[in-house]
Design a protein around this ligand. Structure first.
Ligand SMILES: *Cc1c(COP(=O)(O)O)cnc(C)c1O
Length: 421
């Protein structure tokens, strides 16, 4: 199936007399005929349902769909994108380990990696998103267990050289984890470029309608965990009657461990209702992504033409930062998100944003409706000046998330915003 078809049909194909639409299974638990039957699913939880803290039939459909869209072996949904990023690291790193991350990533992820994980004894080594192969190699330590980056970073919109990062990670025997939230599998499939694990905040384009907060982790099933660096994958899990993930679940040991161990213990699993809503968003993801890209390119061209921006970052736009890498990794467009720095810095940014009528000022992005955000006052407020620079953010920077309204209406709104400054 082509990706547009997958969006509609993967994960759920009703049989004779079954509902056309994927049902919401609103139940915490599942009934068995005998104690032996219950024991059997505890022996192998992939063989049946136990409890909705870590698996649910509605969410299962969405997991299968997203795994298929990304070209992965299996996926696990989480209650937020933050939970997905957290579990993606905790599944392979423990106190005393380190991992490498691009410094140009989502502000919430920088806090999680740089502060919260540090308190748990896991060190994050930040490197520039455009580090050379030598610089990347130099960042590794003996205890480095993973590498993390964003395809199209929120909000700086830097494009990661995924193939290079995968090559370096693999040379050191560790997996590459890619946050593919902004690109979505419609615009880029990181696994095809060598990524081993893909995470998403499904709250963004996948949901698309600002209806539910969620996340997902996809396991490519391709990484070799048996190279001696990952005993938690290859040695008996004492908390699960001594099973060895790589032996018992060779197709997707990483995601099976994440579910059976971490989701069991943390329980940050989405509600069935949220998964139902996410699925509605996924059904139209391919059509929406095309239109976001078409609208945003026109808007980016317009902003550039006004001469009122210090720079416009929209990698699909000729002359924008990241354009060369975008041609390789995002040939069909670079989403609906544009970032630009308005001339006049922070006061001009505030005046401009407060003057907009159609575009709403909100802490969200990748919505069906156009919205704007001032990263320095919102998502990146907790970052030091140094970290702001590393994340590519200045006082005049505006993140504009172009929606699916008629593009002429969007441009008219921006025009009166610029006039007000
Ligand atoms: C929003 C976002 C997250 C965090 O996701 P939540 O669903 O808000 O927890 C992580 N990564 C990226 C790139 C994001 O845009």
């Amino acid at each position: 199936m082509k990706i547009e078809t997958q969006c509609l049909h993967e994960g759920y194909s009703p049989k004779n007399g079954e509902p056309r639409v994927m049902p919401i299974v609103q139940s915490t638990t599942y009934v068995y005929e005998s104690t032996d039957d219950v024991a059997a699913v505890f022996d192998d939880p992939t063989k049946g349902l136990i409890y909705s803290r870590f698996a649910n039939p509605t969410t299962d459909v969405v997991e299968k769909k997203i795994a298929a869209l990304e070209g992965g072996a299996a996926a696990m949904c989480t209650s937020s994108g933050q939970a997905a990023s957290l579990l993606s690291i905790l599944n392979i790193c423990e106190a005393g380990d380190s991992f490498i991350a691009s410094a140009s990533i989502y502000g919430g992820t920088i806090n999680l990696f740089g502060y919260t994980l540090k308190k748990m004894g896991i060190e994050c080594i930040f490197v520039d998103h455009d580090a050379t192969e030598e610089q990347l190699n130099a960042a590794f330590k003996d205890n480095t267990k993973a590498v993390f980056g964003e395809t199209l970073a929120n909000p700086a919109l830097t494009v990661l050289d995924i193939e290079l990062w995968a090559k370096v990670a693999h040379a050191h025997g560790v997996p590459l984890i890619i946050d593919n939230t902004f690109a979505t599998p419609i615009l880029c499939k990181p696994i095809e470029w060598g990524a081993d694990i893909v995470v998403h905040s499904t709250s963004k384009y996948m949901d698309g309608h600002a209806l539910q907060v969620g996340g997902v982790i996809v396991d490519s099933g391709k990484f070799d965990w048996t190279n001696g660096k990952f005993p938690s994958m290859t040695e008996p899990d004492e908390s699960y009657h001594g099973l060895v993930y790589t032996e018992k679940y060779p197709a997707a040991p990483y995601i099976t461990k994440a579910r059976m161990q971490l989701m069991r213990d943390f329980g940050c699993y989405p509600a069935a209702n949220s998964s139902f809503l996410l699925n509605l968003g996924l059904e139209t993801l391919a059509v929406r992504m095309k239109q976001y890209c078409e609208n945003a390119l026109k808007v980016a061209e317009y902003i550039k033409s006004t001469g009122k921006a210090e720079f416009v970052t929209y990698p699909a736009l000729e002359g924008s930062a990241g354009h060369e890498l975008a041609k390789k990794y995002l040939p069909n467009g670079t989403s609906g998100v544009i970032s630009f720095s308005i001339k006049g810095g922070r006061p001009a940014a505030v005046k401009f944003m407060d003057s907009l009528k159609l575009a709403s000022n909100e802490v969200h992005v990748a919505d069906i409706r156009t919205c704007v955000l001032h990263p320095a006052s919102a998502t990146h407020r907790q970052l030091s000046d140094e970290q702001l620079v590393a994340a590519g953010i200045d006082g005049g920077l505006i993140r504009l998330s172009v929606g699916l309204e008629n593009v002429e209406d969007i441009i008219a709104d921006l025009k009166q915003g610029f006039a007000a400054v």
